[in-house]
Ligand binder design. Structure first.
Ligand code: FEO
Length: 391
């Protein structure tokens, strides 16, 4: 039976869940899946806001049809044209050839590269208001959250913000679609993994987007991924605000690379010393075992980060090198760093971690500790300085 999901009398959620895809953007694991949220407004005129990924949307066009109930589709709003949201645009254009596309100048460039030239495109990037009847739509330009064309659509009538990737999360919608129907603890870590890996590089633009929304009355936030926020939209705004300001928790994150266990012994020793000094929330990860997306999430979570690496071909261990490159690329700021590592016949791990510290401009809280071979009692005592500096 067709079960409509009401956001208000004339506004509906029309998304799909993807539990099949293993890697989002062919890189980020999806153990809990992901939803692609589309929305439809059925007023005197009708508007579809974003579509869904083509791999997950086999019934999507039929569902659009059911909501329209004999009406045609007047507008397709493209808040974000990345293929996880534009996958069904070709199907929409084929089915509703007269549909007017609403986007901005950057949207148009990408649209034409993907779907060909069109005379049905309306640029709403400069203060346009589109009247559907009862509902009126305005548009807030939020470039780089997450692509250059990204914008948000505001339903002025119902105070609903269709926010694109902003305020989204990994994790499918498992029956519950609204924030008051789900346990957010299921989403909390995946929301941060989504933020840090997908949107985090553009944190300054997230700040600008939040500032632009400051004067807007918001009753409900409808992102393109994850729950719809109708009970407490401020909750997800506050989280995105915190993450995009690089605010972090106390505690200690240790990530190490170790081939034969010497650097690992240092990690465990340091963690024990830090715990003895009363620090709680200590997390240790072996870089070879945990996917980088989780390590990036943890780096976004903790203020204090200790990185350890053995030497590998006169450099860092390749996987921690990769992690450092990504952290630098993402521009994570305001972290306190400790460095340690070991080598057998030549250095390279610690030396290159120090270069990373200089490049990323994190505060180095103590002299790096580098040891040769299996750590001796004297070597462990050198590690004490790192634990002491932390607390
Ligand atoms: Fe959900 Fe940037 O696409």
């Amino acid at each position: 039976m067709f079960n409509k999901v009401y956001i208000s009398d004339r506004v509906f959620w029309i998304g799909v869940n993807d539990r099949r895809k293993r890697l989002f953007e062919n890189i980020w694991p999806l153990p809990e899946g992901v939803s692609y949220n589309s929305y439809i407004i059925v007023d005197e005129k009708t508007a579809l806001i974003d579509t869904v990924d083509v791999t997950a949307g086999k019934c999507f066009l039929d569902t659009v049809d059911k909501y329209l109930a004999g009406k045609t589709l007047d507008y397709l709003v493209i808040n974000h044209i990345e293929p996880d949201h534009s996958g069904e645009i070709a199907g929409i254009l084929k089915k509703y050839p007269e549909v007017k596309i609403l986007g901005n100048a950057a949207t148009k460039r990408i649209f034409e590269a993907c779907f060909g030239a069109t005379s049905n495109f309306e640029d709403v990037g400069k203060g346009a208001v589109v009247k559907l009847g009862h509902h009126e739509l305005s548009f807030v330009m939020t470039p780089w959250v997450h692509w250059p064309e990204t914008m948000m659509t505001v339903d002025l009538t119902e105070k609903i913000v269709f926010s694109g990737d902003a305020f989204g999360t990994f994790g499918t919608l498992n029956g519950g679609i609204f924030d008051d129907e789900v346990n957010f603890e299921f989403y909390r870590d995946e929301a941060l993994r989504y933020y840090s890996n997908i949107v985090g590089k553009y944190s300054n633009m997230v700040q600008k987007a939040i500032a632009k929304l400051a004067g807007t009355e918001i009753r409900c936030i409808c992102p393109t991924h994850g729950p719809v926020w109708r009970k407490d939209p401020q909750k997800i705004i506050d989280l995105y605000n915190k993450w995009s300001r690089y605010e972090a928790e106390d505690g200690l994150l240790i990530i190490y690379a170790s081939m034969y266990g010497n650097t690992e012994m240092m990690a465990d020793y340091i963690a024990r010393k830090v715990a003895e000094k009363g620090v709680r929330n200590i997390r240790i990860y072996d870089v070879s075992k945990t996917h980088i997306s989780y390590l990036i999430r943890e780096a976004w979570k903790y203020r204090n980060i200790f990185l350890g690496s053995c030497a590998y071909n006169t450099g860092m261990f390749p996987l921690i090198d990769h992690l450092c490159c990504e952290l630098e690329h993402l521009g994570l700021q305001n972290r306190r760093l400790g460095i340690f590592g070991s080598f057998s016949w030549n250095g390279g791990g610690v030396k290159n971690l120090v270069k990373f510290a200089e490049n990323i401009k994190w505060e180095l809280i103590a002299e790096p500790v580098e040891i040769k071979g299996i750590p001796s009692d004297e070597d462990f005592r050198k590690c004490d300085a790192l634990a002491e500096a932390l607390v």
